[in-house]
Design a protein around this ligand. Sequence first.
Ligand code: TYD
Ligand code: MG
Length: 453
Amino acid sequence: MAKTKTAFFCQNCGTQYAKWVGQCSSCKEWNTIVEEVVQKEDKRSWKTDASAAKQASKPLRVSEITQEKELRLDTLDQEFNRVLGGGLVPGSLTLLGGEPGIGKSTLLLQIALKLPYRTLYVSGEESQRQIKMRADRIQPNSETCYILTETKTQNIFQQIASVEPDLVVIDSIQTLHSDYIESAAGSISQIRECTAELIKFAKESHTPVILVGHITKDGTIAGPKILEHMVDTVLQFEGDRNYVYRILRSLKNRFGSTAELGIYEMQGSGLREVNNPSEVLISKNEEDLSGTAIAATVEGMRPLLIEIQALVSTAVYGTPQRSATGFNAKRLNMLLAVLEKRAGFKLAAKDVFLNITGGITVDDPAIDLAVVAAILSSNADIPIEKGVCFAAEVGLAGEIRPVQRVDQRILEAEKLGFTTIFVSKSNKIGLKNTGIQVQKVSKIEDVVSQLFG
Ligand code: TYD
Ligand code: MG
């Protein structure tokens, strides 16, 4: 009998060791090294006869490679298609990561239910009845969606062979286990083995496969980094669970750009595509409120108008409080310091709370000016005029800096009926004859005098 081969793997980052160590030298985590059985088996295949028929490939000149029109499977979900770069590529593996409860299962079940051709939704986490209950909420009847609760890959492939689906969804990769490996489901070597089997299946049968991946507490997909290298596309589903908006991003895409973004709204009947995000992210208050400013941001490739709210009040305790939701707290402190220096804002005496509405998080530096405007507006208790929005970065010297894709931002603001947009004086603008007034400013002082002067 062949000797059982084992190796040691860091459960955090997947680094392999020949012997046990206390600390992973790669990710510096303590006590994460676990021994796993990595038994080699040569017969492994998703279909025992498939590999025999496989031909070895030969090198070809680039010019010799014929490219047929790239086929894509339309998922009937515009946001999902957009993030994938136009639909699922046959034979591709897509990994969808996200925090628990964010809606990964809902999104994929919804897609599987809507498609008019055969789909197989494999769940290792919920029972068929549980999934049926969820399916009833989303879309009561589908004749082409099959539900399977199974965790053993060999059994899954057997069912695939009888159902012959056009799309396979696996929820989740961490629950699968393969007979060829002895370690527990969810361990590094199991994840790697099961993914390898699924890749082989996908490539040989040209069936797209979508995997759900769990996320560890620091936000990376649980399991080895290698999982992300193995698949073709890595998507991330994110958002604040207390809010209804969810953002689908692509972190890696072998078949399209990673700059695309999908936005959904969680409803009682599943996830609704949000095709016009700016409209939902801006509240429609009739009266003017102080402390609110609109920023023209770009998320991925999509222009997005978002609302920023600030509340400035006199500090009750010795140390003023600073709190930011959806915005980097360090950046908020920096902007406050700039304001103290440039606009006579008494930093030490004020509590400042900042909030980006809709529960979304924005990294775009172009929202700086709107943040500053919201803070100043709340501080002075003077509302910013309706129809005004902002798109500029603020530098340490209080200078208003240019931002990328300014034309796109201006057009989006104009489309939504804004009348004035503040941008940096040094921003090159390609647009001519805009219906919106482009207000060019170079210093914070200019903005203060124009808004509140
Ligand atoms: P789920 O898809 O189970 O999350 P994940 O697979 O990422 O862990 O989503 C669960 C949440 O979504 C749950 O808190 C309830 C909510 N939800 C709705 O609001 N509406 C719906 O129609 C469904 C199916 C779920
Ligand atoms: Mg789930």
